[in-house]
Design a protein. Structure first.
Length: 136
């Protein structure tokens, strides 16, 4: 993918653009992602921080993840939408939430992670690799 991609939050205050191929994509079913999204999982992909420009006021809520490393979940302080998060374990990348893209049609999660806490009504793609915790 060489085209510039863009996305943003629900109210439009926070916007981002990047020009990079996603390095990793997944749906995370951990309890923290479920609480943070209010849904079955968080679906995201990684892009190098150096290739993504984020504009607008943006905040992070930091919490230790299941594996003892800090997860900084970002959100627009005006509308609460999350567009990117950061992981202490992978300091050079942003995790971009796939549904925040202006054109989300090309994004596909490549694996399901932390499926040990997946909700019983969650419909996961049986063709995707599954990890009970993080990918090993
Ligand atoms: Zn917003
Ligand atoms: Zn998670």
């Amino acid at each position: 993918m060489q085209n510039e991609q863009s996305g943003g939050c629900l109210c439009g205050e926070v916007r981002y653009t990047f020009k990079a191929d996603p390095a990793l994509s997944f749906s995370c079913h951990c309890r923290d992602c479920q609480r943070a999204t209010g849904s079955v999982c968080a679906s995201a992909f990684a892009v190098p921080k150096s290739s993504l420009q984020l504009s607008g006021e943006y905040k992070y809520f930091n919490k230790l993840g299941d594996e003892g490393r800090e997860v900084s979940r970002g959100f627009c302080p005006n509308c609460g939408s999350r567009v990117v998060s950061m992981l202490e374990a992978f300091p050079d990348v942003y995790l971009v939430y796939g549904a925040s893209l202006d054109d989300p049609s090309w994004f596909r999660p490549a694996m399901n992670i932390f499926t040990a806490s997946a909700l019983p009504w969650d419909c996961m793609d049986p063709a995707l690799p599954k990890f009970e915790r993080g990918p090993s």
